[in-house]
Design a protein around this ligand. Structure first.
Ligand SMILES: [Zn+2]
Length: 46
């Protein structure tokens, strides 16, 4: 109850905090990357 089960800003693989980078401000395209294990995730609407 004290900590959330799923945090979109946390790496699903190793649990480290993800770093985000805005690629396209108008289209709201964001890349999330984990410095620890190298996981890369992109987020875009639809
Ligand atoms: Zn990771």
């Amino acid at each position: 109850m004290s900590r959330p089960a799923v945090d979109p800003r946390t790496c699903p693989t190793c649990g480290d905090p993800l770093r985000f980078e805005i690629l396209d401000d108008e289209r709201f395209l964001v890349v999330w990357s984990c410095l620890n294990c190298g996981l890369v995730r992109t987020t875009e609407p639809t």
